[in-house]
Design a protein around this ligand. Structure first.
Ligand SMILES: NC(=O)c1ccc[n+]([C@@H]2O[C@H](COP(=O)([O-])OP(=O)(O)OC[C@H]3O[C@@H](n4cnc5c(N)ncnc54)[C@H](OP(=O)(O)O)[C@@H]3O)[C@@H](O)[C@H]2O)c1
Length: 319
């Protein structure tokens, strides 16, 4: 089969080439990949991956073989899947059945591929706050892929969502998704919040922490700014007005078994995935080489699985 593999020195650090077929373990299903959507985590991992690695976590496709242990989706089912061990930018892939969920027959491949990491991260983060009904929940970096899902899931849980996104042009979209307030910077948020999800890090995390009510928590979920956090003296000094506030890190994979969450998210056509920029998968390395721009929405790659002289017989792409 064909797969993108890490190749130091090539365009985008990748080449599309023939690799051995995946051999599923007893708890894994074999899927034919129809679409995949790169995440920041995929792209960050490329630099560290040994040569010959097949990257890629999220995707959608069809089960070719169900798991030998009898669990999970059956052969022929349309599925959405996530593999923390990567290997998704390929025509076929073995996925643990616990990370693979059946999807509705009418859900487009591209839409499904945008869900796994961003939407399940948002769901698990919002759920950590328990009931948010009627409470102010701050989402920093709300226009990001995770942020947009978090806005929607928090709003439908009854939260008064305070959305912060630096680009004001994204605010109308965030209000449409359910945000109660929108701001371009944390300095403009005037009242304390019951909890916060920060996708940006750096000074954003420091400022989000300062906005917490006593007993509240900020989840440091993302670090898009790539910046250090420096807390001023006094941030943690005992004070009844700011007592027992906390910051917690987050890893999507720390709770196993994402199939139920993915099935719930995939089955909901009202969940807004934002604009989707669908491209042939042969363009992956060129897109990465050009900076992996995601401004106009999620970039999703459609995998060519059928005989197509233009793509299937291409062999390694130009580097
Ligand atoms: N811990 C986990 O398990 C986990 C799971 C999923 C994601 N994540 C992390 O969560 C973060 C968000 O992921 P994503 O897929 O939602 O990312 P994304 O869709 O690529 O969005 C990134 C966002 O960050 C904003 N941004 C970047 N630099 C910024 C800065 N200096 N100041 C303010 N905003 C800035 C961008 O704003 P513009 O649109 O204005 O450029 C964009 O909205 C990433 O760091 C990702 O690695 C972690």
């Amino acid at each position: 089969m064909l797969a993108w593999t890490t190749t130091p020195g090539s365009r985008g650090g990748l080449t599309l080439r023939e690799v051995p077929e995946p051999v599923p373990l007893p708890h894994e299903v074999l899927v034919q990949v129809e679409a995949f959507a790169p995440n920041p985590g995929d792209l960050a991992a490329l630099a560290e991956a040994p040569a010959g690695t097949i990257p890629g976590w999220d995707g959608s496709g069809v089960v070719l073989e169900s798991a030998a242990d009898g669990r999970g989706p059956r052969a022929g089912e349309r599925v959405v899947f996530l593999g923390l061990a990567a290997r998704g930018w390929a025509q076929r892939r073995a996925v643990p059945s616990a990370m693979c969920a059946a999807a509705p027959a009418d859900a487009p491949w591209e839409r499904l591929a945008t869900l796994p990491v961003p939407a399940t991260s948002a769901l698990r983060a919002v759920r950590r706050f328990g009931s948010v009904l009627g409470r102010r929940l701050l989402i920093v970096g709300a226009a990001s892929a995770v942020g947009r899902f978090a806005v929607q899931l928090a709003a439908r849980s009854g939260a008064r969502v305070v959305a912060v996104a630096r680009d004001e042009r994204r605010h109308a979209d965030l209000r449409r998704l359910g945000a109660y307030e929108t701001h371009t910077a944390l300095a403009a948020v005037s009242s304390r919040v019951h909890g916060a999800i920060d996708l940006i890090g750096g000074q954003h995390l420091v400022d989000a922490y300062a906005l917490l009510e006593p007993g509240a928590t900020v989840i440091a979920l993302g670090h898009a700014a790539g910046a250090d956090e420096h807390f001023p003296y006094g941030a943690f000094v005992a004070d009844p007005a700011t007592s027992d506030r906390s910051i917690t890190s987050f890893f999507l994979g720390s709770e196993p078994d994402l199939a139920d969450e993915m099935a719930y998210l995939a089955a909901d056509p009202s969940l807004d995935t934002g604009d989707i920029d669908a491209r042939p998968w042969t363009e992956l390395a060129t897109w990465i080489d050009a900076g992996a721009e995601r401004r106009s929405g999620r970039v999703v790659f459609r995998v060519a699985n059928r005989t197509d002289p233009g793509q299937q017989k291409a062999g390694p792409t130009k580097t």
